[in-house]
Ligand binder design. Structure first.
Ligand SMILES: [Zn+2]
Length: 105
C-alpha cells in the first residue's frame, strides 16, 4: 500500500481533519485525483454538497455565458492549500472518485 506523505513527512489522511467548504460550511469529502492529471496530491478535498451556493450558481453562470450544462464544485488541494473549481457535468459526476473508508477489518 502506498503511503501518502508530504515533503515534511506529515502524512495526509483523507479521513482526518476534513475542511469545511467556505461557501456552505459543510464538510468536504476526499476525492481521488485521476492519474492523468499533474496534481501532486493523491486526493483533494471537494465539496459534494448539491445545495452548495458555489455549485448551484455555477449552472446558471455557465448556461448564460457558454450555453453549457456544466458547473463547478469547490476544491481544496491538501498539499498546496490551493483552492479552485472542479468542473462537473452533472450532480452525480465524479462521485465515483470519492474515497470512502473501508468498513470491517
Ligand atoms: Zn460547498
Amino acid at each position: 500500500m502506498e503511503t501518502n506523505q508530504t515533503e515534511n513527512g506529515k502524512e495526509l489522511s483523507p479521513f482526518e481533519n476534513a475542511p469545511e467548504c467556505p461557501r456552505c460550511n459543510k464538510k468536504m469529502l476526499p476525492w481521488k485525483t485521476p492519474d492523468m492529471t499533474n496534481w501532486t496530491s493523491k486526493f483533494v478535498w471537494v465539496c459534494f454538497n448539491d445545495e452548495c451556493d458555489y455549485f448551484k450558481r455555477g449552472w446558471k453562470w455557465m448556461e448564460e455565458k457558454y450555453s453549457k450544462h456544466v458547473s463547478y464544485r469547490h476544491k481544496l488541494d491538501p498539499e498546496t492549500g490551493e483552492t479552485g473549481p472542479l468542473p462537473v457535468w452533472s450532480e452525480d459526476a465524479l462521485r465515483e472518485g470519492i474515497i470512502t473508508k473501508k468498513t470491517g477489518s
